[in-house]
Ligand binder design. Structure first.
Ligand SMILES: Nc1ncnc2c1ncn2[C@@H]1O[C@H](COP(=O)(O)OP(=O)(O)O)[C@@H](O)[C@H]1O
Ligand SMILES: [Mg+2]
Length: 245
């Protein structure tokens, strides 16, 4: 899939500029957005997903410019799956019902059809036993896998993941990353915000590095990691790796 960002800026009404003149054009299968906290990664992802509007500039996927009007954004969002850091599931619904809910209420499925899709997804991702459980009965990793299955239910052209493992205990991270990798291998287009540098390096083909709202570096993985071009990226990577075993 092709992404094109043209001079993208975002300023919230509270004032400070959060994204500054981001321009980027690339063909990708799996794009990772990395960078220090507060740098604008989530804001950028939400703009790409049509959840918020840029202040100025343009976003295009496969040469089609995203029009930031309510009507067009509704269409845009229908092609996009979104997974957030955590707390994405409704606690009063089972895993299966969580997957069904948006299909019925947003995408106009009959309940029966939605259930069929949900059961299919639970099986595909080895979550069959968890579909009848409530989020409080599932581990954080299982909850995130259900959230990813839910995002996949509409067969999105693009799946956006915002730090899907950052709220998890370390031993639960790999089951979620394995699932993301499986989707990538199946050809799913993915844009992922992550602090898991190992995953970004091994499983993503393109990387962008955001610092304080600016695109400091962009390139191919894994070479961007082995050969950082800016002191900011070198510094960021060494900080992240300092205490790794
Ligand atoms: N809705 C908002 N209103 C005002 N400021 C915001 C809003 N969302 C994010 N910000 C600010 O934008 C900056 C970037 O935030 P964010 O995109 O969440 O960064 P990251 O995901 O890289 O940590 C931060 O300074 C944050 O406080
Ligand atoms: Mg964020």
């Amino acid at each position: 899939m092709k992404i094109k960002l043209n001079d993208l800026c975002k300023r919230f009404t509270s004032g400070e500029q959060v994204l500054e003149n981001i321009s980027y054009q690339e063909e990708f299968k799996s794009l990772a957005i990395i960078g220090p906290s507060g740098g604008g990664k989530s804001t950028l992802l939400r703009i790409l997903g049509g959840l918020i509007m840029p202040t100025s500039g343009e976003v295009a996927f496969d040469e089609k410019t995203v029009t930031y009007t309510e009507k067009e954004l509704l269409k845009h969002r229908r092609n996009i799956g979104f997974v957030f850091q955590s707390k994405g599931l409704f606690n009063h619904l089972t895993g299966k019902e969580n997957i069904m809910l948006p299909l019925v209420h947003v995408h106009g499925y009959q309940k029966k059809e939605a259930e069929k899709v949900a059961v299919g997804l639970l099986e595909r991702f080895n979550l069959g036993d968890d579909g009848g459980k409530f989020p409080s009965e599932l581990s954080g990793g299982q909850q995130q896998r259900i959230a990813i299955a839910r995002a996949m239910a509409i067969k999105p052209r693009l799946l956006l993941l915002d730090e899907p493992t950052s709220a998890l205990d370390p031993e639960l991270t790999s089951e979620v990353l394995d699932m993301v990798k499986e989707l990538q291998d199946d050809g799913q287009n993915i844009i992922l915000v992550t602090h898991e540098m190992g995953f970004a390096k091994k499983a993503c083909d393109k990387i962008i590095f955001l610092v304080n709202g600016r695109l400091m570096e962009a390139g191919e993985s894994p070479s961007l990691f082995s050969d950082p071009q800016t002191p900011e990226l070198s510094g960021f990577l060494s900080k992240i790796l300092e205490w790794k075993v």
